[in-house]
Design a protein around this ligand. Structure first.
Ligand SMILES: [Zn+2]
Length: 232
């Protein structure tokens, strides 16, 4: 497996790697268990770390991973953000059009966040940044992964109004002239408000066939993942 994007960041406690998978593997819960297990094995091999997934519920719960061995074979937490100060654990935020966000602190703390429409409206990304800082993280930076773009993510007018009322930066119109939401712009605005410098990793999931997209592929769509891990 090759990552859609990967980079490394020196931190005070080693090196943090950030990466996003592509459609060559399917990390979704709807994938056959053998397919998903194989995908997780590929992530483990590529990272040299233990993959840790969450059961994503479009909420704002941030789960602190205390040890690489408490998942994923054990219980999978209901959460939309994972944070840790541990090395050797690869945190996964899975998505197919939603925004996967990876957080890296100069202190070595890392986080992975799943931000869809509800997550953006409810502020899961700022919640994860706040939790990281409570754990002692400083110098937090973000990588905002591939997601459906504002020209593709059509929503009903009242749904757009509901989200734009809370996060004005999400206001968008599709390329065919109907109401839309730009979730990536919303996440970038939330990160800027939280004082976090962000890097955008390109690619509209709906337009790029090498990425998984729910809007393009329907309920059978696979899931890509943002992956972040620290090596001592
Ligand atoms: Zn697009």
């Amino acid at each position: 497996m090759t990552f859609f994007f990967s980079d490394t960041v020196p931190v005070t406690t080693g090196t943090v790697s950030v990466a996003f998978t592509d459609a060559s593997i399917d990390l979704g819960d709807l994938a056959a268990s053998a397919v998903r297990e194989a995908a997780l094995d590929e992530v483990a091999a590529a990272t040299g770390a233990t993959p840790y997934v969450m059961h994503q519920v479009h909420g704002t719960t941030v789960h602190v991973v205390e040890s690489p061995v408490d998942g994923p074979a054990g219980s999978v937490p209901d959460a939309d953000a994972l944070v840790t100060s541990e090395a050797g654990v690869a945190l996964l935020a899975r998505a197919a059009d939603c925004v996967p966000v990876l957080l890296v602190a100069e202190t070595g703390h890392v986080g992975a966040v799943h931000a869809g429409r509800e997550g953006v409206r409810r502020g899961v990304v700022p919640a994860a940044v706040e939790r990281l800082r409570e754990l002692g993280a400083t110098g937090v930076r973000a990588w905002v992964g591939p997601h459906i773009c504002g020209r593709c993510y059509e929503v009903p007018d009242e749904m757009r109004a509901e989200v734009v009322a809370v996060v004005p930066a999400t206001d968008a119109t599709t390329s065919w002239g109907t109401p839309a939401l730009d979730l990536g712009a919303g996440v970038l605005a939330q990160l800027a408000d939280a004082g976090v410098r962000a890097v955008e990793v390109g690619g509209c999931t709906r337009e790029d066939d090498t990425l998984h997209s729910h809007r393009r592929d329907g309920t059978a769509a696979g899931r890509l993942a943002g992956v972040v891990w620290r090596t001592p």
